[in-house]
Design a protein around this ligand. Structure first.
Ligand SMILES: [Zn+2]
Length: 203
């Protein structure tokens, strides 16, 4: 039956989204097609328009519907600081932390030799080019603390040091999470926090 095929296709499409299992996809499809037809129409229109107009920012790889994304276009940000992250989601977390006033660069992935992801599969060349902007004085590596994220940070350090010997390269610190009790923190995290300890200045 034609109708059943369309419903099946809708459920399959919804299942492609992260975190959506078969049950949830089915529930969403039935809701959209029965009680939420207006929302479904709006979702369809917005999705088509977004797919058509949203593109990668040529400077940092963020998603935008303007020439440059809001973070690259803002005159209030520090051009000398560039924070390298793996994904748009990672950039948003740093943004929400209100701890960063510099610019961003999104790698769109991380090195993963086992999965066949090499430097040419993520934006290494683009990053080297971006750091060529002489206003950039420090690059902060904010890739994940997984083996792949660490390997990515190391590879970026090596390549940037080769191209730009004067550049300052830093890595975000590992440590005990805010609000955590030491007793319940895993020993590796405590060890890293001890290594990354900071001197208390005398007042
Ligand atoms: Zn941008």
């Amino acid at each position: 039956m034609a109708q059943a095929r369309l419903i099946e296709e809708l459920i399959e499409s919804l299942r492609a989204l992260p975190g959506i299992g078969p049950k949830a996809a089915q529930r969403m499809a039935y809701q959209l097609l029965s009680s939420k037809k207006k929302e479904a129409e709006r979702l369809g229109r917005t999705l088509l328009e977004a797919v058509d107009k949203v593109h990668r920012c040529p400077s940092c790889n963020n998603l935008t519907d303007s020439d440059l994304c809001q973070y690259c276009a803002s005159p209030d940000r520090d051009d000398s600081l560039l924070c390298v992250v793996e994904s748009v989601a990672d950039m948003m977390v740093i943004e929400q932390s209100l701890s960063w006033s510099g610019r961003y660069f999104i790698l769109m992935g991380r090195l993963s030799p086992l999965a066949g992801v090499g430097p040419s599969d993520i934006s290494f060349n683009h990053l080297v080019q971006r750091v060529g902007d002489e206003r950039v004085k420090e690059v902060v590596l904010a890739t994940s603390f997984t083996p792949e994220g660490e390997a990515t940070a190391l590879a970026i350090t090596e390549i940037l040091q080769r191209y730009y010997p004067q550049l300052r390269i830093s890595r975000i610190a590992k440590g005990v999470p805010a609000g955590a009790e030491l007793e319940y923190t895993d020993v590796n995290t405590v060890a890293q926090a001890m290594l990354n300890r900071q001197i208390r200045e005398n007042n």
